[in-house]
Design a protein around this ligand. Structure first.
Ligand SMILES: NC(=O)C1=CN([C@@H]2O[C@H](COP(=O)(O)OP(=O)(O)OC[C@H]3O[C@@H](n4cnc5c(N)ncnc54)[C@H](O)[C@@H]3O)[C@@H](O)[C@H]2O)C=CC1
Ligand SMILES: O=C(CO)COP(=O)(O)O
Length: 325
């Protein structure tokens, strides 16, 4: 199965490295010509994944038409740009493996809904889980959820990308895998705030647990299965990104917790913190679904410039309630 990767940020580049194991050829589409040049000339993505020696069988291109002859495409563009990029891509019914973690602002569409609207004939899979790109690119042990309604296709895709250190676990819960990845980014911002404001470890553990309750309430209202949300793409990724400054979302939260304005933290950045764009649209989608998400609401408030003390008070003064989801 010949694979192409759309998007040569850190994660697209790491996934190209996964797909190139065993010297398989992989075509990687990058938006930036300097990324194309660096990968083809020096086998390094010095802008988005510096310091990783890439397989020489990865060929970068800035022409989407170079993907026309491949068997399946991994889509690794940030969520807010997927509609535009897929609109320019000739897909012709080929499988799309969706790897971004977010919800589209304005339309409130999950990435699978954006892809289905652009390419209704293509089978869709979602690859999600606890996966810092630099660790995956370095070949460190990693497990992911690979969700696809077509179980035979999930098996073929898993066989193609699996290795001794990269383990896809198959699922047919596409929505669950997507919601886990999208919501955890927002919750990672909240955990970063706890770190930045020096609120310490009890508070962070409580946010992870209560954030997971929010993720579960929202996911189940949207048709996700609880076991998916409790798996790699939900709880697994939540724990990863809520524990490390390697997470861009967590780091954004650290800055907010230190009192730096969101605008200053987000301006001029080359890399993406998906939770910042997802938080407001998640709040709207939760309202539509009749689901309470106070932590997601708090993240929206902080991103909107509300003072940390007021946001913390609003969370801590909520009425006491039973613990169940
Ligand atoms: N970096 C990681 O460890 C992981 C990232 N992801 C997800 O993968 C997706 C891509 O993130 P990264 O590869 O980390 O990105 P990145 O932050 O490394 O790079 C930014 C990417 O955005 C692209 N971009 C910027 N403006 C664009 C535009 N107007 N149109 C199209 N593309 C544009 C750049 O070309 C580049 O590929 C996100 O949804 C992220 O949540 C998922 C798992 C791990
Ligand atoms: O999704 C990720 C790890 O699974 C990467 O998280 P960040 O986008 O917060 O860096």
């Amino acid at each position: 199965m010949k694979l192409g990767v759309i998007g040569a940020g850190a994660w697209g580049t790491a996934l190209a490295q996964v797909a190139a194991r065993g010297d398989s050829p992989v075509t990687l589409w990058a938006r930036e010509s300097e990324v194309v040049d660096a990968i083809n000339a020096r086998h390094e993505n010095s802008i988005f994944l510096p310091g990783v020696a890439l397989s020489p069988t990865i060929r970068a291109t800035d022409r989407l038409s170079d993907l026309d002859d491949l068997d399946a495409l991994l889509v690794v563009v940030p969520t807010q740009h997927i509609g535009a990029v897929l609109g320019e891509t000739k897909v012709a019914g080929r499988p799309l493996i969706l790897c971004a973690k977010g919800i589209e602002a304005g339309s409130k569409r999950l990435v699978s809904e954006v892809a289905a609207d652009a390419h209704p004939d293509s089978p869709l899979a979602v690859l999600s889980g606890p996966t810092f790109a630099h660790e995956v690119a370095a070949g460190l042990p990693t497990a992911v959820t690979l969700a696809c309604a077509d179980e035979a296709l999930a098996r073929r895709l898993s066989d193609r990308i699996a290795s001794a250190t990269f383990r896809p676990y198959a699922s047919n819960d596409v929505v669950g895998a997507e919601i886990g990845g999208a919501v955890k980014n927002v919750l990672a911002i909240a955990c970063g705030v706890v770190e930045g404001a020096g609120l310490s470890l009890n508070a962070r553990a409580s946010l992870i647990a209560r954030g997971f309750a929010e993720m579960t309430r929202f996911g189940m209202a949207r048709g996700a299965r609880q076991e998916t949300l409790a798996g790699l793409a939900g709880l697994g990724d939540l724990v990863l990104t809520c524990s490390s400054t390697s997470s861009r979302n967590f780091s954004l939260g650290v800055g907010l917790g230190q009192g730096i304005a969101a605008e200053a933290l987000l301006s001029d950045r080359k890399t993406v913190a998906e939770g910042a764009a997802t938080a407001p649209v998640l709040r709207e989608a939760a309202r539509d679904a009749g689901v309470e998400m106070p932590i997601a609401q708090a993240v929206c408030d902080l991103l909107g410039g509300a003072p940390l003390d007021a946001v913390m008070d609003a969370l801590l003064q909520r009425p006491l309630r039973p613990e169940g989801v």
